[in-house]
Design a protein around this ligand. Structure first.
Ligand SMILES: [Zn+2]
Length: 287
């Protein structure tokens, strides 16, 4: 009787231990799977457009029909546009990003970004980042505004763009979107000291940030390098100016982690008007 009792008790202990072990192992595997999933970087391809108004597409100008065809392709293939704000929040451990994420960007601040793009973004429920050049707004746009073929955005247009809730603004420098005195865009010049360079870049950036604050009420957190011309020496100024994301013209796909520094140097693929939607998307998503 005693022996039988002991044997039953022993079996019971073994059985309980086995159950506890199995549950423990399952929890560890499940926990690991959750952890791995949460930490896996999110693939983020970024599209770069410029002007959207032409009958004869070029490397830096696409037709409204081409843009609509692109947005339709993204929709049909279940891609979701994400805002810079969403991406920034993700790196700060706030919120998540969709599995099939894509970001749309447009450089130089053409008026057609408002007249042509915004209605298309409304139609397809998408968002984009428009990076503007301060001197183009103050000098070119005011002289000849609202021509969808060539005008730049005025400050009123930029206000309207942002009010649409579809667009975020980027700083594309005030007056460094050019080649002058041996400087390419906002890169350091040959023979320039780091101190001289920091002052020149900071003065330029702050001029546009200041105008944004004055005209719009806030300043951008996205900086877009003119011509994708980057200097390592620009980074301290970029950080001190409060930018949380920089856009380049390096053709590469981005992998977004929970680390905010991964947003400095975002790669983008120029949407040349010389490609069909299918050719461009194959390049964007298969590389
Ligand atoms: Zn540009």
């Amino acid at each position: 009787m005693n022996r039988k009792y002991m044997s039953q008790s022993f079996i019971h202990i073994i059985f309980t231990a086995a159950v506890i072990f199995s549950i423990g192992a399952a929890l560890i595997i499940w926990g690991k799977a959750l952890l791995t999933k949460a930490e896996e970087p999110v693939r983020l391809p970024v599209i770069m457009y410029h002007s959207i108004y032409t009958d004869t597409p070029t490397e830096y100008a696409v037709s409204p029909q081409q843009v609509e065809s692109d947005l339709q392709w993204l929709k049909n293939n279940d891609y979701e546009t994400v805002t810079a704000e969403q991406v920034i929040a993700y790196t700060q451990h706030r919120g998540n990003l969709p599995e099939k994420a894509v970001m749309i960007t447009l450089d130089d601040g053409f008026y057609n970004n408002l007249s042509v793009l915004v209605p298309l973004l409304e139609k397809y429920d998408m968002t984009a980042v428009v990076s503007v050049v301060g001197s183009y707004i103050d000098n070119n746009a005011v002289k000849d505004p609202h021509n969808p073929k060539y005008s730049y955005l005025t400050w009123e247009d930029i206000g309207e763009l942002l009010q649409s809730g579809r667009i975020e603004a980027g700083n594309h420098t005030y007056g460094m979107h050019s080649l002058y005195d041996g400087r390419i865009g906002c890169a350091i010049s040959e023979g320039e000291t780091e101190e001289e360079y920091h002052k020149a870049l900071s003065d330029d950036i702050q001029r546009l940030q200041g105008e944004f604050r004055e005209k719009i009420g806030f300043s951008p957190v996205i900086f877009t390098y003119p011509f994708g011309s980057i200097s390592r020496e620009s980074l301290p100024v970029i950080r001190d100016s409060g930018f949380l994301m920089t856009l380049t013209c390096r053709e590469s796909v981005n992998y977004i982690t929970r680390e905010p520094d991964c947003l400095y140097g975002i790669g983008r693929y120029n949407r040349s008007g010389l490609y069909s939607t299918e050719e461009y998307m194959a390049k964007l998503f298969n590389s």
